[in-house]
Write a protein that binds this ligand. Structure first.
Ligand code: SAM
Ligand code: DTB
Ligand code: SF4
Length: 322
C-alpha cells in the first residue's frame, strides 16, 4: 500500500485544484494559508553539504551522481567541529533550521553514521535551531538512532510522480523512497518530503506527485518545492527553464492540500525575480533556503533575502521543531 488506505484526496480533486484559473487558485491558497498560519512569517533554513559528490545513484538532475561529469569535486564526510561552526554561523545570520545533506545512496552503520549522530547532538546543543538531515535511504533502527540524537526532521524527496520516476532515476524505486519515509515517521521524526519541477514531466505528473504527498498516511510537515537547477554534465543540463506559473500552481496546490505544512520555495530562486518569489509567498510558500549556496549550486545571498523580506514586510519564523 503506497498511501493511506482511505485517500484524503482523489486525483480528480487534486487535478481540479491544480487547474483552477491561476488568480483564483492563488486567492484560495492564500485564504487557506491565512486560516492556518501567520502569512507574514517565512522560515529561513540553511543547507550544508556534509559529504559531497561520488554518489552511486543515477538521479538525472543531480550534479553529485558519480554517473555524470558535473563540475562538483567529491569531498569526504566533514569533521564535526567544522559542521558545528557552520551551524553557529547560520544561527547568527538568522536561520532557524539547519539541514545537512550527504551524497549517499543509503546510510551505513559505522563510524561515519556515528559522526553524523554527533553532529546532530552538538547542533541541537546550540539551541534555537531545528535540525534536519538528508542522507538517502534509512532502516528503522537508523531512524530511531537519529531520533535519539535529537533530530527534528528528515528530508527525503519523492521528486516526481511514480509514473515518471524511472525516466529520472533507475537505481532505486518509488517504493524504496516510501519505505524510508515510513521508517522516519515511525521513529517520530518529522517528515520533509517534496519534489522537483522542470524535469520534463507533464502537468499530470506534477498533480500525481502532489496527490501522493497529500495522501501519505500522515502528510509531511515540510514540503520542499524545487525548480530544477540544470547543471552541466547531468542528463537534464539542457532542460528548458521552468515557467514560474507552474511553480506558483504547485505551491498553491500544496498549500491547499496540506494547510499546516511548511511549503518551502527551495532550489531555483536564483533564476526568479523578487516579484516572482513574492507570487510564490502569496500562493502559500512560507520557507526558503538562505545563503549563497544550496548543496553544490548557487543561491541568493543573505543580504538579497534581507532586502526581499524588508520589501515584502516578511519576518523570519522562530524555531518550532515539527
Ligand atoms: N542523497 C540524498 C537523497 O537523494 O535523498 C540526499 C541529498 S539529495 C542532493 C537531496 C535532494 O536535492 C534531492 O532529492 C533533490 O530533490 C534535490 N536536488 C538535487 N539536485 C537538484 C537540482 N539540480 N535541482 C533541484 N533540486 C535538486
Ligand atoms: C530539497 O528539497 N532541496 C534541497 C534540500 N532538500 C536538501 C537541495 C537542493 C539541491 C540543489 C542542487 C545542489 O545545490 O546541489
Ligand atoms: Fe545521490 Fe541524492 Fe544526488 Fe541522487 S539526489 S545522486 S541519491 S546525492
Amino acid at each position: 500500500m503506497l498511501t493511506a488506505s482511505t485517500p484524503r484526496y482523489s486525483i480528480d480533486e487534486v487535478s481540479s485544484i491544480y487547474r483552477t484559473p491561476l488568480l483564483e487558485l492563488i486567492l484560495r491558497a492564500s485564504d487557506v494559508h491565512r486560516r492556518h498560519q501567520d502569512v507574514g512569517e517565512v522560515q529561513v533554513c540553511r543547507l550544508l553539504s556534509i559529504k559531497t559528490g561520488g554518489c552511486p545513484e543515477d538521479c538525472g538532475y543531480c550534479p553529485q551522481s558519480a554517473h555524470y561529469e558535473a563540475p562538483v569535486k567529491a569531498e569526504p564526510l566533514m569533521d564535526v567541529d567544522a559542521v558545528v561552526a557552520a551551524a553557529e554561523a547560520a544561527k547568527s545570520e538568522g536561520s532557524t533550521r539547519f539541514c545537512m545533506g550527504a551524497a549517499w545512496r543509503e546510510v551505513k552503520d559505522g563510524p561515519r553514521f556515528e559522526r553524523v549522530l554527533e553532529m546532530i547532538r552538538r547542533i541541537k546543543g546550540l539551541g534555537g535551531l531545528e535540525v534536519c538531515v538528508t542522507l538517502g535511504m534509512l532502516n528503522a533502527d537508523q531512524a530511531q538512532r537519529l531520533k535519539e540524537a535529537g533530530l527534528d526532521a528528515y528530508n527525503h524527496n519523492l521528486d516526481t510522480s511514480e509514473e515518471y520516476y524511472d525516466q529520472i532515476i533507475t537505481t532505486r524505486t518509488y517504493a524504496d523512497r516510501l519505505q524510508t519515509l515510513r521508517h522516519v515517521r515511525e521513529a517520530g521524526v518529522s517528515v520533509c518530503c517534496g519534489g522537483i519541477l522542470g524535469m520534463g514531466e507533464s502537468e499530470d505528473d506534477r498533480i500525481s506527485l502532489l496527490h501522493t504527498l497529500a495522501n501519505l498516511p500522515e502528510p509531511p510537515e515540510s514540503v520542499p518545492i524545487n525548480a530544477l537547477v540544470p547543471v552541466e554534465g547531468t542528463p537534464l543540463a539542457d532542460q528548458a527553464k521552468l515557467d514560474v506559473w507552474s511553480m506558483v500552481r504547485a505551491i498553491a496546490t500544496a498549500r491547499i492540500l496540506m494547510p499546516t505544512a511548511r511549503v518551502r520555495l527551495s532550489a531555483g530562486r536564483l533564476s526568479m525575480s523578487p516579484a516572482e518569489q513574492a507570487l510564490c509567498f502569496l500562493a502559500g510558500a512560507n520557507s526558503i533556503f538562505a545563503g549563497e549556496k544550496l548543496l553544490t549550486t548557487p543561491n541568493p545571498d543573505v543580504d538579497a533575502d534581507r532586502l526581499l523580506f524588508d520589501q515584502l514586510g516578511l519576518k523570519p519564523m522562530e524555531a518550532d521543531p515539527r
